[in-house]
Design a protein around this ligand. Structure first.
Ligand SMILES: [Zn+2]
Length: 370
């Protein structure tokens, strides 16, 4: 990066958020390129015109201005040209809009789908509950999946296929041979790779237009709120109560719906915990984290691969319904599945007024208890 004339996407993100030091952000892409979205607040000034009549967009030669294009190449060339003309504070955003999206920073779209998208999602758009308007909601949605395992893999696969625009994946683990019978995003050739990489590749093979943001790290009390903050919905696919409770608390404190799932042996459960939407949280049902020896994991007692597969898809369906605002979600209901009996049930669950997190006199006000 040429520091005299280029700035990083991270610097631009910081500048855009810092309202005290306004900068002029200029999107120099041509009109047909804007279907992929743009950075909020940007001024549109096609490169072909900026090069001929810069004074139209830069009335003063010393105003701090950042140019961006798709990859950063055209904006760099134009910034150099403008600098030569005396526009001393013009810089180019390195990496362009592609890098901005890749980093997971928020962007806007003008609500028009291209032909490819309309074809790809035509079977969804055909339904009056979804239509193009609903598909747009999915394309703009940001869903976080914590754990790219037996639950997170089918969830990620179907959310990506449905066109959820941004999917975040948190996992610190690497693919092992014993994972593959249920973790359908990972293949035998992926053994030893970080699960986030393997999951990202598999999803992009199916739908290359999804923006995948990976977090190859443990989900901890220190990073939980920071990871969650840019997502609309959080889906959990962990195999331990510590993470389930951490996600429950972090989602509640962030005001986001938490889509719960669990699968061991032949049994699965799912629910949507969202006190803001009128339902209970996980702690309304189980106030404290149960001791580890009371809740065996699949690595201890086994699991039939189809069980997390089915539960993961129930979670994906709940996320899609929540984003589309259609149907009756599992907010306030607990879904249980027994594979051997081919039995599906849902139970109503209420808010618990004495819940330590979302009750009337909460004792948990942060993540410090973990
Ligand atoms: Zn609660």
């Amino acid at each position: 990066m040429d520091k005299n004339i280029e700035v990083s996407i991270h610097d631009v993100h910081h500048l855009v958020q810092n309202k005290d030091q306004p900068i002029r952000l200029i999107d120099i892409r041509e009109k047909e390129e804007l279907v992929t979205g743009y950075i909020e607040g940007a001024v549109f000034a096609p490169n072909s015109i900026v090069k001929i009549r810069p004074e139209e967009f830069l009335p003063e030669k010393d105003t701090p201005s950042v140019l961006y294009c798709t990859s950063g190449r055209r904006s760099l060339a134009t910034a150099k040209m403008l600098k030569g003309m005396g526009y001393i504070n013009v810089v180019s955003m390195a990496g362009g809009f592609n890098a901005w999206i890749e980093a997971g920073y928020r962007f806007k779209t003008d609500g028009t789908m291209d032909q490819e998208q309309i074809k790809r999602y035509s079977r969804q758009i055909l339904m009056h509950e979804i239509k193009e308007e609903g598909q747009q909601k999915l394309l703009k949605a940001r869903v976080l999946i914590v754990g790219a395992g037996g639950l997170g893999c089918p969830t990620g696969l179907y959310l990506a296929s449905a066109g959820v625009g941004t999917i975040g994946i948190v996992d610190f683990d690497r693919v092992g041979l014993s994972n593959i019978h249920r973790q359908v995003l990972h293949a035998t050739a992926d053994i030893g790779r970080p699960k986030t990489d393997s999951a990202k590749n598999a999803i992009l093979r199916i739908n290359p237009e999804v923006n995948i943001v990976t977090f190859e790290q443990r989900f901890t009390p220190d990073n939980a709120l920071d990871i969650i903050k840019d997502f609309d919905v959080v889906i959990e696919g962990s195999d331990n109560f510590e993470t389930k409770f951490l996600l429950n608390d972090a989602a509640f404190l962030s005001g986001k719906p938490y889509i719960f799932g669990g699968a061991v042996r032949f049994d699965g459960q799912a629910s949507v915990f969202y006190p803001k939407g009128g339902g209970p949280c996980l702690r309304c049902m189980v106030p404290e984290i149960p001791p580890a020896d009371t809740s065996p994991t699949s690595s201890e007692v086994g699991v039939l691969g189809v069980v997390p597969g089915l539960i993961g898809l129930v979670q994906a369906a709940e996320a899609l319904k929540f984003i589309l605002n259609i149907g009756d979600t599992l907010i306030g209901r607990f879904f249980v599945y027994n594979c051997l009996k081919a039995d599906f049930k849902t139970f109503f669950v209420d808010r618990n007024p004495s819940c330590p997190l979302c009750g009337e006199n909460p004792t948990i006000k942060g993540l410090s208890s973990f």
